[in-house]
Structure formats: C-alpha cells, structure tokens
Design a binder for this molecule. Structure first.
Ligand code: SDX
Length: 392
C-alpha cells in the first residue's frame, strides 16, 4: 500500500487507485460499467442513462431517469459572456484547443459560489459539465466555420441537441437525423468511461489537489487530445488519407514496424486490451449499419476494412496482439454523419465527460483520499559535489 498508490506486481506497474466504476479484463476483452457489460448497455441503454449509472452506481428507475434527464436538459445554456471567448480564437484554431480553454474558464463563472466541501455542490458541478459541454463543443465548431452560435433547445434529447447546435442555421429549419442521433448515442455510450485511462487518471490526479472540477475536466480534455489517446480517432482518418489506396498498405505497415520511424498504425493496439477491444467489435457492426442507412459509399471505410484484414494477418501485429481499438472505426462513422475530422476528439471528450465526472466524484468522496503522487524509479546521477565554472 503506497498511500494513494498500491503496487500491484501482477499489473506490472503501480496500480493508481481503487474504484467501483469500471472493470476491464484486457485479456478476455471484458468491459463492465458498475457491473453491466458494455454490450448490454450498448444494446439497451442510452447515453444519459449510462451517465446516471456511472455517477450513481445503479440504473435509474423511471422517476430518477426523468429527473436526471430534466436536470441535464435544462442547464445546457452557457453564460453569454463566454461567447466572447470565441471571438478571441483564430477561426482555424483546433476545436480541442478551444474546448480546453473555454471549459477551464467555466471556473471563472461557477467557481466562486462553489463549496468544494459540499457534496451537493460537487454533484451540481458534475451535472453542469455534462449539460454545457455539448453547447461549448458546438460553439467551437460554429466558430471554426464562421457561422453564428446556435442556442440549445429543451425539447431535444442530448445527442439530438448536439447535432442541432452543430448543423442548424438561422435561415432555415433543421431536422435532426434519427440515424445520426441513434449512432451518436451509441458511440457516446461506448466512449463514456474506460477505467484509469490517461485522461481519467489526469482528472483524478488534478482533482486530488482540491482543484475545482472545471479545471480538472479541462486537464482531462488536454490529456485526451494526444494522438496516442483520444486524438487517435482523428489520427486514423488522417492516416487512411495518407495511405490513400490498398496498394500502399504494405508500405505503411512496414513504417509502423520500423522502430526508427515514429509512425504507429493509428487505431491499433491498446495499453490494456491484448484481445479485441469489445467496443471496437460493437462499433465495427454499427459502421456497416450507418454506412448502409446513410447510403454512404465511403472508400475510406473500404480502405479501413482492407487495412484491418491485412494487419490482422501480419505476424508483427498478431505476435504483439495489436487489434483495432475503439478509435479505429469511430472516425469513419463520425465522417458518415457529417462530423468534420477536427471535431472527432471533441466527440470523444463529450462522451468521456460522464466518466471523468464520475471518477472525480468518487475520488472526492473517498474519506482516505490523499493527493496523488506518482512514484518514480530514480535512474539519474548518484550524489555529487558542485563543480565551479572555471573547473568545467
Ligand atoms: C484510447 O487507456 C485507455 O483505456 C485508452 C482508451 C480509452 O477509452 O480511454 O481505450 C482510448 O486511447 C485507445 C488507444 C488509441 N491510440 C491509438 O490507436 C494510437 C496507436 N496505438 C499505439 O500508440 C499504442 O498501441 C498505444 C499507445 C495505444 C498503446 O501503447 P503501448 O502500451 O506502448 O503498446 P504495447 O505495450 O502493447 O506495445 C507492444 C509493442 C511495442 O513494440 P515492441 O517494443 O514489442 O517491438 O507493439 C508496438 C509497440 O511499439 N505497437 C505498435 C502499435 N501499438 C503498439 N506498433 C505499431 N502500431 C501500433 N499502433
């Protein structure tokens, strides 16, 4: 027991913390949220219900679900002053850079009245983050295309509202595609939480110092942005674009194997899953359905399928158990739904917000909670005396 950290030799590294939220068995490809298999949640649940489950630990009954949905739905507007932030960003700023900045600035609007020792205040902060992030995300997108920010509507559900705020324009009616809303709901369930991944561990570490929840989630967004993590979904599309055709696949597989080449096969491999990522299995099926329902003939998807087929037969990938992960297929679906590549990781951040706030609440409620302090193995110089400049 190393205080906040418990060394778990079977894990190979220091286990970071105890949690009751998500369980992963990387060898068996098992993912449970509060004990419920991801396959069953994907089949039967919706994103808001899954968010409730992650936060409260139980599936809501009808009344609890109605109350929670109403709380989330009725706090989607952002302070008008926040809109001025967007005027300061270059129009071509990456939406994740804007998300990090604007979400962190929520602390300037909601922090002063926030009593970090009041459980109710913490829960309200968690709810407000889930409510307001889609509005901020859509505003980032609108800013990047020079269109006016669209206000949320209380008559739409979570994913419908996001699509509406992203794609509607003042000059004509916009009807949300039920196919897109359904696909987004499923993708959000699959991205909601994933145990102690880099961004969730970041949120817990920042939160362990007593920092306010808006700063914690902004830090989580920053960590997720990296191409080795949530930025991979954008990286997959960029990679497929670079590969261009089936003929070029072998060349890129060789690049991925070359230790002197930093190129990695985006969307392949995982820190924990040494078997198929169960989310990828579900998403792969949804990919086919969405492309069929939207009538999208996407050569990018054909190329992705061919890359998957060839890589899964390649000794280097088979030996290292490198399978497609959740990011390999999600980008193809987002693209079919008309979501621009620059917004892919923003979609991931929106979905993961329910996981981040659940872990933050769990960490804040821990009576044994201590400040996070990752341990290190010192491999630097032994103790030595200072040498003056004229002797160096
Ligand atoms: C997410 O942690 C989470 O739960 C994350 C996530 C979540 O929901 O929060 O699941 C979301 O981040 C999914 C991962 C998305 N990232 C990518 O798709 C980027 C490409 N993948 C790689 O960067 C890599 O696979 C990582 C970062 C995901 C994992 O890196 P690891 O832990 O170093 O991989 P490993 O230990 O299994 O690697 C074993 C070997 C190494 O080579 P050798 O030293 O044995 O010769 O496989 C190689 C690695 O270099 N390898 C790859 C590779 N991934 C691992 N080689 C080429 N292409 C790859 N994609």
């Amino acid at each position: 027991e190393l205080g906040y950290f418990t060394h778990d030799p079977s894990f190979g590294t220091t286990a970071s913390c105890e949690s009751e939220i998500t369980f992963i068995d990387g060898d068996k490809g098992v993912l449970l949220h509060r004990g419920y298999p991801i396959e069953q949640l994907a089949e039967n649940s919706n994103y808001i219900e899954t968010a409730y489950l992650l936060i409260h630990g139980e599936l809501p009954n009808a009344e609890e679900f109605a109350t929670f949905s109403n709380i989330i739905r009725r706090h989607t507007m952002i302070n008008e002053s926040l809109k001025k932030f967007f005027d300061g960003f270059r129009h071509d700023a990456h939406p994740m850079s804007m998300m990090m900045g604007v979400v962190g600035s929520l602390a300037a609007f909601y922090h002063d009245g926030l009593n970090m020792n009041d459980e109710e205040h913490l829960m309200v902060s968690a709810h407000r983050l889930i409510s307001k992030l889609p509005t901020i995300a859509a505003a980032c997108y609108k800013h990047s295309i020079g269109e006016p920010i669209v206000y949320p509507r209380n008559d739409l559900d979570y994913c419908e509202n996001l699509l509406y705020m992203m794609f509607s324009v003042p000059c004509e009616d916009y009807v949300v595609s039920p196919i897109a809303a359904k696909a987004l709901n499923l993708l959000f369930i699959l991205h909601a939480d994933h145990e102690q991944n880099a961004s969730t561990s970041t949120v817990r570490l920042v939160g362990s110092t007593g920092a306010n929840p808006f700063a914690c989630i902004s830090a989580g967004i920053a960590a997720l942005w990296g191409p080795a993590h949530g930025g991979a979904n954008e990286g997959v599309l960029t990679m497929l674009d670079e590969i261009g055709s089936v003929e070029n696949i072998p060349k890129f597989l060789e690049k991925a194997k070359d230790k002197n080449d930093p190129f990695k096969l985006m969307g392949f491999g995982h820190r924990v899953y040494k078997n198929f990522d169960p989310r990828a299995t579900i998403i792969r099926k949804v990919c086919y359905e969405v492309l069929e329902e939207t009538g999208t003939q996407d050569p990018m998807f054909e190329l992705a399928m061919k890359l998957e087929e060839i890589a899964l037969k390649d000794e280097y990938f088979v030996e290292r158990k490198l399978y497609p992960n959740v990011d390999f297929y999600s980008g193809v679906i987002y693209k079919a739904l008309g979501i621009p590549v620059s917004m892919f990781t923003v979609m991931f951040a929106l979905a993961r917000t329910s996981g981040w706030v659940s872990h933050w609440l769990e960490m804040m409620a821990d009576p044994k909670g201590r400040i996070g302090r990752p341990r290190q193995l010192y491999k630097g110089s032994p103790k030595r005396d200072y040498v003056s400049l004229d002797e160096r």
